[in-house]
Design a protein around this ligand. Structure first.
Ligand code: UDP
Length: 260
């Protein structure tokens, strides 16, 4: 949430974690400006910008891990992902317009990329999934330039191979699908060297685009039941999903304290 030389978004603080009050339109405009800035600067280009998609799990994790909280604080943009974040914002009297998720963001950013000529790199997910994701996106957005796909891994010994591929592909936008918080730590650790204007962690988005995993139907998303769909289709996530009721409890507790 730093480094805005041309714009300053408003900040919302939920349980001590700062989130930018942005919608998709503003997020895309910021990305646009960052890409133009980096292309114009050439040799003196600013470091790669980091976008984090903050949902209730991120917030609970950040409260438990100061290193993760520091990554979110250093990010250039923390967008409001997750119905729980919108619910907490409403309770705080600062309603947000919409969720800005990585799973929708990959489509919205690639749509803009196809009209602007941005180069896109897809990093992460299981071997072959990034390539299938690229094929789906290229079919949907004619002219989209996907200049690289690689599963790789967030392990340190993979970094030289990833760096070489990124250098050859010279992307403007780097999507990283290693799941949170690994992808966000990875971008934070390497971003001084990342040859991209913007890097965004998108979790399981490649799996959804490629059809490896099914996203909740729209009616469930609209009823804020995306978490229930994930629990039914990916029951092994139950332990980490316990963070959702923890988040709700913490928000209710904080509101009670504030009213006392
Ligand atoms: N993943 C990966 N390498 C790893 C760990 C995870 O490529 O070392 C990928 C995994 O294949 C999946 C994504 O990261 O595509 C994680 O998706 P998940 O839905 O768990 O992420 P979340 O949305 O919860 O951040």
């Amino acid at each position: 949430m730093n480094n805005f030389s041309f714009s300053q978004t408003q900040i919302l603080t939920i349980l001590g974690i700062e989130i930018d009050r942005v919608d998709f339109a503003l997020t895309l405009d910021l990305i646009d400006a960052w890409v133009m800035q980096r292309r114009a600067a050439r040799n003196s280009a600013p470091a790669c910008r980091q976008i984090c998609t903050v949902n209730p799990e991120f917030i609970v994790d950040a409260r438990r891990d100061p290193n993760f909280a520091a990554v979110l604080a250093r990010a250039d943009l923390c967008v409001p992902d997750g119905a729980g974040v919108l619910w907490a914002a409403r309770r705080a009297g600062q309603p947000l317009r919409e969720r800005v998720t990585g799973s929708d963001g990959i489509y919205r950013i690639c749509e803009r990329a196809s009209t602007r000529g941005w180069r896109v790199f897809l990093l992460g997910a299981a071997p072959g999934v990034a390539e299938r994701t690229a094929a789906v996106l290229a079919g949907r957005y004619p002219g989209l330039m996907v200049t690289g796909c690689y599963a790789g891994s967030p392990a340190e010994n993979e970094w030289p191979a990833i760096r070489a591929r990124l250098a050859a592909a010279a992307p403007d936008i780097l999507f990283v699908a290693y799941g949170h918080p690994r992808q966000d730590f990875w971008i934070d650790r390497h971003r001084a060297e990342l040859p991209a204007a913007v890097a965004i962690g998108v979790g399981g988005a490649f799996d959804f685009v490629a059809g490896v995993a099914q996203r909740a139907p729209l009616w469930m998303q609209r009823l804020n039941l995306e978490w229930l769909h994930r629990l039914i289709t990916q029951p092994w996530r139950w332990r980490r999903m316990l963070k959702l009721p923890v988040f709700v409890g913490l928000v209710l507790w904080q509101n009670k304290e504030e009213q006392a």
